[in-house]
Design a protein around this ligand. Structure first.
Ligand code: FAD
Length: 473
């Protein structure tokens, strides 16, 4: 009997353990994608992710067609849809790769049990992580809350099995079940605000490889420093490809190891890059052990934080979202996000700090905006990132360490190239004014807003709020 290969966020044919397991059965393989956003509620994919998904599914369908196969696309509740497909094809097995977000993991456990009770053979596999949640624990068996010891434990057990190549052919059934066109899922926005997303990127497995190759050939050397400069191509930009499983972390690891073996790559650049991938693993580990954290602070004391609830806070949130705070590095980041679906990591930290500290707006509101606008929006990494900046997460920066966005900008975008690119109103300003145009007095551009907060006064307000939280908590 045939095997359904249930694709989710593992949209690749290389090193795909569920695909390998399906092929090993020696029977026809029926690749399936089931669109079921309701089951991920309240974290169904946001608008930018859906746009990416459209392109990624299209690329996967083409890759499958080149191997004599197809992608059968359906829409509806996952269990019901899989059962219908089993009925139509007489499939005897379903294989998939595991996901770790709490709502999805719980849904999948229900599906696994239901299919088993139908007499269907099920198998699930790890394609997404070097080490799945639960595999790494502290000496006393609990979850790590601090990154460095987590990383030490993980680095000692990185996978070293060779990556398996994509199969040349995937045997299909004599008769294919009907599916719908990817287009029918209406994943793309009706107004094409995502037009600018795809200049730097090519969603899908081939694009992920191209990105990795380019990074290894051109940018891994020097990564340790360049990764903090948003105007440079210093980081890999692999995040959406990794999120959708167009490439897996094992493949990235093996490619880095090969580059290390084959050249005179500085050890610290490669190790630094792998460590960043370790943060991704840490994020999944934390979300698994603390499933409430997309909405609730990990550090419970922060439930008492006196966030701003005044009327003006909505206007400030909107100015932040639109890149009109009057603070150039923040506006550059927010506009990069809106126009390209991505933002540089250093700038993510700066914009998040301004929102949660200087503007004293709850981190959850920033996380929601990122969720809807990032093509790499990922529940684990987004939750970790926001809680880390807000000071309430695992291994978080101490609350009193408040980024000064002007100093950050002067340090990491010294020539102002990043600002000039995304905030063209400021392009003509001299280097020393581009980070803080309000210092220019007469020459400050008219079409650019004055800062919506005084950085020094709002810093003090944040420190006072934190002190109050500690007194009340
Ligand atoms: P590189 O520097 O090339 O790193 C390689 C890979 O390591 C990345 O692709 C990513 O998978 C992983 N990685 C790097 N840094 C982190 C990190 N701090 N946490 C977790 N994984 C990391 N990343 C997401 O993938 N999705 C998100 O929704 C997300 N939201 C964030 C929100 C905030 C407030 C902050 C501060 C960070 C967030 N990050 C998120 C982490 C980080 O900013 C991005 O992973 C990174 O910018 C992606 O660019 P890159 O692929 O070039 O990274």
């Amino acid at each position: 009997t045939a095997c359904l290969l249930w694709f989710r966020r593992d949209l690749r044919l290389t090193d795909n353990p569920a695909l390998i397991a399906a092929l090993e059965r020696g029977t026809p393989v029926i690749p399936v994608y089931v669109h079921d956003p309701a089951s991920e509620d309240p974290w169904a994919p946001g608008a930018a992710s859906r746009s990416w998904l459209h392109h990624s599914l299209t690329a996967l369908a083409e890759d499958l067609a080149r191997r004599g196969s197809r992608l059968v696309v359906r829409s509806g509740p996952a269990l019901q849809t899989l059962r219908a497909l089993i009925g139509e094809t007489s499939a005897g097995a379903v294989a998939w790769n595991r996901l770790h977000e709490p709502a999805i993991a719980a849904r999948d456990a229900r599906i696994e049990a239901a299919l088993a009770s139908d007499g269907i053979e099920t198998s699930s596999h790890n394609a997404a992580l070097w080490s799945e949640p639960g595999q790494i624990a502290t000496g006393s068996g609990g979850p790590y809350r601090v990154f460095t010891p987590f990383w030490r434990a993980l680095a000692a057990r990185l996978p070293d099995a060779p990556v398996s190549p994509a199969p040349e052919r995937i045997p299909g059934p004599r008769q294919w079940p009907a599916g719908i066109a990817v287009e029918t899922l209406a994943l793309r926005p009706s107004i094409a605000w995502d037009q600018g997303f795809y200049d730097p990127w090519q969603p899908g497995e081939a694009g992920a490889y191209r990105r990795l190759r380019r990074f290894l050939d051109e940018d891994l050397r020097g990564y340790g420093d360049a990764r903090d400069r948003p105007a440079d191509d210093g980081c890999s930009r692999l995040s959406p490809h990794l999120h959708f499983g167009e490439i897996g972390p094992r493949q990235v690891l093996q490619a880095v190891r090969r580059a290390q073996a084959g050249g005179d790559l500085p050890e610290h650049d490669a190790e630094h890059f792998l460590r960043e991938l370790g943060w991704r693993e840490f994020a999944h580990h934390l979300l698994h052990h603390f499933p409430q954290t997309p909405d609730q602070p990990l550090n419970a004391a922060f439930a008492a934080m006196p966030w701003r609830r005044d009327r003006d806070h909505a206007a400030d949130l909107q100015a932040w979202q639109r890149g009109r705070t009057g603070i150039p590095i923040v506006d550059a980041g927010m506009r990069e996000l809106w126009a390209s679906g991505w933002m540089h990591n250093r700038v993510r930290m700066i914009v998040a700090s301004l929102l949660t500290k200087n503007l004293l707006i709850p981190w959850q509101q920033g996380a929601r905006w990122f969720w809807d606008t990032l093509v790499d929006a990922d529940l684990a990494s987004n939750t970790l990132g926001w809680q880390w900046v807000a000071g309430c997460g695992a291994d978080a920066a101490p609350y009193f360490r408040i980024f000064n966005p002007v100093l950050q900008s002067q340090k990491f975008d010294a020539g102002g190239r990043y600002i000039r690119r995304w905030v063209p109103e400021l392009a003509h300003l001299p280097d020393k004014a581009v980070h803080a145009p309000w210092t220019m007095r007469d020459a400050a551009p008219r079409d650019y807003p004055a800062p919506i907060v005084d950085l020094a006064a709002s810093r003090q307000r944040a420190l006072d709020a934190f002190a109050r939280m500690r007194e009340d908590g």
